[in-house]
Design a protein around this ligand. Structure first.
Ligand code: HEM
Length: 392
């Protein structure tokens, strides 16, 4: 298998932009109509989540050993789309037909052989991991909504009771889908694991977001939704050891940090925790009661609420980190940041400027989406490790 030839041919195909997913999906759905129902009803616009990843990952087959852990998680996670081993050849065929179409005269028997072998290798890792996961976890958990509160116009707090225990670590994300929507969105539980197994989600309806709109506006107590295997460790407490913490939250980014506070409480903590919760206006603090309850329950916890917009200073905005940096010196703490992309990047820049280093800063990166950045990051890391190896 010639890895350089695979990568080069994929970049030639990518130059055709949106035509590529369009052609791939038409081929797949025409030749294998049974796969259509796995994909979201609305495939318009920015719905190309599979094709870009597929070509990129398969063309990096020379890193398959380094990518094995990631591919295993991906394969196990694909069970939530109802993907089974017999669907892999269908996607492989559609991929090859797409490549042949866009490469035209550059397509050759050798290239066809290389792509087929690379796809075979990658899909074998995914299929094996999916089969192993089958013995441990269901493909998804059915959960009943046991409470649904609209706290502001576009934010709802839901309590869910999964039919079987769904183990997770505070700070992880859980894929959530509504049976009628067929697409998944990730949310972090707003609680540490409870004895009754219930999970609290804080959901803001995103413009055009099929899952989030359904959860906020179109669900009621008694409805059933689907939850996927918890993933991610960027916001979990593991890598902070027993350090004191600074938690910076804005909007529904408060959810995973609330779970961390509950975890620290359950540890019978000796650490100090400073929590800054931000919102644009006073009316947007959708969970004040819970914040106040935690603040009054624990001597080790200091809570500050930060209203970002000031009517008297239009155009200026105060983020939680701006207030925190006025209040104290946090260089000995581990910091967890969760909120909108802009709030996270502003906070990270401000903390780095005052001397905190990357190992102390915990956030999910842009997108607050566990997978989106992850497949790119996983491949980039595997490639970087390869370059390091060559250099030594
Ligand atoms: C080598 C094989 C494959 C690779 C590397 C791969 C990779 C990916 C990645 C990285 C994503 C985006 C992350 C996510 O949303 O989970 C994705 C999404 C998806 N994949 Fe795969 N996949 C493969 C095979 C398949 C197969 C065989 C099927 C079944 C027909 C499938 C169905 C899907 C679906 C339904 C989505 C969600 C698409 C959306 O929401 O727009 N994948 N895949």
């Amino acid at each position: 298998m010639d890895a350089a030839r695979l990568k080069q041919s994929w970049s030639l195909v990518c130059a055709h932009g949106d035509q590529v997913p369009l052609f791939f999906y038409s081929t797949l759905f025409l030749t294998h109509p049974e796969t259509r129902q796995m994909f979201p009803t609305n495939m318009a616009g920015q719905r190309d989540r599979l094709v870009a990843a597929l070509g990129h990952i398969v063309s990096h087959v020379d890193q398959v050993d380094r990518l094995a852990g990631f591919l295993g998680e991906l394969g196990a996670d694909h069970r939530k789309y109802a993907v089974r081993a017999e669907h892999y050849p269908a996607v492989g065929e559609a991929l090859l037909v797409t490549l042949r179409h866009f490469l035209g005269e550059r397509w050759s028997e050798e290239l066809a052989g290389d792509w087929a072998a690379a796809y075979g290798l990658v899909s074998r890792v995914m299929v094996r991991a999916a089969q192993a996961a089958q013995a441990v976890n269901p493909p998804w958990w059915v959960a009943e909504i046991v409470s649904h509160e609209r706290r502001t116009f576009d934010v709802a707090v839901l309590t869910l009771r999964p039919r079987y225990l769904l183990p997770f670590t505070p700070g992880q994300s859980i894929g959530v889908s509504h049976p009628t929507v067929r697409s998944w969105r990730y949310y972090s539980p707003a609680n540490a694991p409870r004895a009754d197994g219930t999970v609290e989600l804080h959901v803001r309806a995103a413009p055009g977001g099929a899952v989030s709109s359904r959860l906020v506006y179109g669900c009621a107590v008694g409805d059933e939704i689907h939850l996927a295997t918890p993933v991610g460790d960027r916001l979990t407490l593991g890598s902070a050891g027993s350090a004191d913490l600074l938690l910076l939250a804005s909007g529904t980014g408060w959810a995973p940090l609330k779970a961390l506070v509950e975890q620290v409480a359950a540890e019978g903590s000796r650490r100090r925790v400073a929590l800054y919760v931000g919102a644009r206006t006073r009316g947007e603090f959708y969970d004040s009661e819970a914040v106040e309850k935690l603040a009054s329950s624990f001597a080790w916890l200091d809570v500050t609420c930060v209203v970002g917009a000031d009517l008297h200073r239009p155009g200026e905005f105060t983020h939680p980190v701006d207030r925190a940096l006025v209040d104290g010196d946090w260089r000995s703490r581990h910091v967890y940041v969760c909120g909108a992309d802009e709030m996270v990047s502003h906070s990270v820049r401000a903390l780095e400027r005052v001397g905190l280093h990357a190992g102390q800063l915990h956030h999910e990166g842009s997108g607050r989406h566990w997978y989106g950045p992850t497949w790119r990051t996983a491949v980039a890391r595997a490639s970087a490790a390869d370059t390091d190896g060559d250099a030594r």
